[in-house]
Design a protein around this ligand. Structure first.
Ligand code: MF3
Ligand code: CO
Length: 290
């Protein structure tokens, strides 16, 4: 790419002169890159306008999950959750991002107990007292994407499952302490993995978070078993998800051979996941959806 003049209009679409916009940013990226770090390309750095649109999408995403939170209870089917998510999302003029995504048949993922992720809603799956369930909701509003998921405990849940759900949520907070501009994604990944291990749990290795915004899944891929000082640099304007899947037993997983989607723990012990979507800012981060 030809080097921009300092008085040229910045590449980011702000309309501002390069020297008053992303010149210092690019110098910093260049420095990290020369030191051997993985750095973001310009196309994953969001403009202020794009960030506003992603935030609008995220508002719908939160509202849909709030609706699920208010209505989920013992005795309903996961099919019912799928109906709610479709109805609520479209009510706001948005589209459930999972629907027909790479052939996925439903509007939301509902993963119960030892299902790790990508559980497919079904009229045959009835929520029973003692179940834990992840509802993973992804939203496309005017071509801008948001993605988050929450855990729900159905009725009285065993202490050990409750603890898994709580520790998984805490792991997000521990991870967030490492999220800052010009840090490494691996700082966050290691913090989450260390915390999970300290609590006797294991973290799923094969599936991670992702950049998001203009597409459902963008660069970078975000690991939660990575090492401090590795993986991509977090730069202002990046938007990605933090969504660790934490297993009560071993980390190993297997995918359903029949439906091609649902991921289970290999040892059939419970798994939990919370997902948030964050924006890296000049001074820290903003949580866009949760
Ligand atoms: N929502 C999942 C994520 O966090 C992706 C689900 S893809 C689907 O990345 F097709 F299964 F919906
Ligand atoms: Co996601």
């Amino acid at each position: 790419m030809p080097k921009l003049g300092r008085n040229d209009v910045c590449w980011c679409g702000s309309g501002v002169k390069y020297k008053n916009c992303h010149e210092a940013f690019d110098a910093k990226i260049e420095l990290f890159s020369r030191q051997g770090a993985i750095v973001p390309t310009h196309d994953i750095i969001k403009t202020p306008e794009q960030i506003e649109k992603i935030k609008e999408s995220a508002k719908v995403n939160i509202a849909v999950l709030d609706y699920v939170a208010e209505h989920i209870k013992e005795g309903i089917t996961t099919e019912q959750i799928d109906c709610w998510v479709y109805e609520q999302t479209t009510k706001y003029g948005a589209i459930p991002a999972p629907l027909h995504y790479e052939g996925y048949p439903k509007s939301v993922c509902t993963s119960v107990n030892h299902e790790v992720c990508h559980g497919i809603p079904s009229p045959d799956v009835v929520l029973r007292e003692g179940d834990i369930i992840n509802v993973d909701c992804s939203t496309n509003l005017n071509g801008y994407f948001s993605d988050s998921s929450r855990m729900f405990c159905i009725g009285e849940v065993s202490e050990e499952k409750k603890r898994l759900v709580e520790v998984t949520k805490q792991s997000l907070e521990i991870g967030l302490e490492q999220v800052k501009p010009w840090g490494f994604l691996g700082d966050m990944g290691q913090a989450i993995n260390d915390f999970a291990k300290k609590n006797g749990y294991s973290v799923v290795r094969e599936i991670g978070g992702h950049g998001i915004g203009l597409e459902f899944h963008e660069e970078p891929w975000v690991s939660f078993v990575s090492r401090r000082g590795t993986e991509m640099i977090m730069a202002p304007g990046m938007v990605f998800t933090i969504e660790p899947m934490i297993n009560m037993g071993r980390a190993r997983i297997r995918t359903d051979k029949k439906n091609g989607w649902t991921v289970y723990t290999a040892d059939e012990k419970p798994s939990a996941q919370w997902e948030i979507q964050v924006l890296i800012t000049e001074t820290g981060y903003e949580i866009l959806s949760y």
